[in-house]
Design a protein around this ligand. Sequence first.
Ligand code: SAH
Length: 404
Amino acid sequence: MPPTQPVLSSVKISPRGTARLKDGHVWVYRSDILSAEDVLPGSLVRVTDHRGKPLGTALYSSSSQIAIRMLSREMPSHDPVTDFPALLRQRIADAIAYREPLVHNTEAYRVVFSEADFLPVLIVDRYGDILSLQILTQAMDAGPVRQAILDELTARLHPASIIERVDPRVRELETLPPRASGLLQGEKSGTTFTMNSVQFRFDALEGQKTGAFLDQRENYAASAQYAKGEALDVFCYQGGFALHLAPRCSRVTAVDSSRPALEVADQNAALNHQLLNDKEIEWIEANAFDLLKDYSSSDHHYDTIVLDPPAFAKTKRDLDAALRGYKELNLRALKMLRPGGLLVTCSCSYHVSQSSFLEMLASAAVDAHRTLRLLEVRGQAKDHPVLLNVPETSYLKCVLAHVS
Ligand code: SAH
């Protein structure tokens, strides 16, 4: 028997919200909701314009500022969504297939990247045979929906275990009951994975984000191509850049303020002793701003410097302060680079656009009396796709420049 078509509640949106969707975006803010009567939190809804003309099917959140996340548009080529779990399963399969020709030379990558894979607020990362997932909205949290996600991931990727990482703050914002991070399936919570021939330790229940900064995977490999001499990796976390640069460099020093991150970094270096030819990486626990200030005024010089700070601009309001922070770091790094050196400088703040980041860098170069030639202007790895009409999916900037 064919599944009976559920009757979906309707949400009416303002002309401004409609215009946003017509421009190809997939979100509608709460301020653009005209009516959402009897709509249950986390339900699938029919979205209409202010006259009642259908625009598509969406997930509804009763508490997030992003009230509507579109799943499908009202177009002749699109069937209306009648079976949400089946749609999810198909989209997970599509996300896996999308990456097959794009992702090479790594056992760790992002399998599902939220709206960029048409799976709003679902994030799945793979570390060898462990999957780590994050469910960040009401609709994805319902029992049958969770089960469909787990079933499809298991059928396609055969993981030894699946772990859920919970951000308690997000659950609170979404008015979801508290939940602990932990294993959803299987027992394995730690492994070693290889990325670009470098080995890393992964412990699913520790670490920042979902374990490693997978979005930098292609930037690690690109930077290693140009790296040389004495290198300094600032904001090194568990050694992503440092370990990739070390085989090409005579010495590597790496700095982070987090002792637990540096402890993992040191374990990672031990895993790679062959690749590193027993070269030691010096891990320094320090505040990067203080250390750069100190080093740049005391005649420390390098041939390669990486700057990969945390996001300085969490909101639009932080933009000016963030740009000042980036400039200070870049200015100090430029002063310490020897002629012919390599600067790898990153920003993962969505609110800092690529053009304002490059402008900041140009201004730092002038102040440091250095000339920069752009080798590569890069973004996030291809397993973190960017949806052109949804600018929020593009956040990482990574500039590689030759300094003279
Ligand atoms: N380059 C890393 C990712 C860096 S994430 C990689 O590729 O894996 C940002 C890092 O900055 C985190 O590890 C955090 O501990 C560190 N951090 C944040 N503020 C800092 C500060 N003031 N000084 C030094 N490290 C800092």
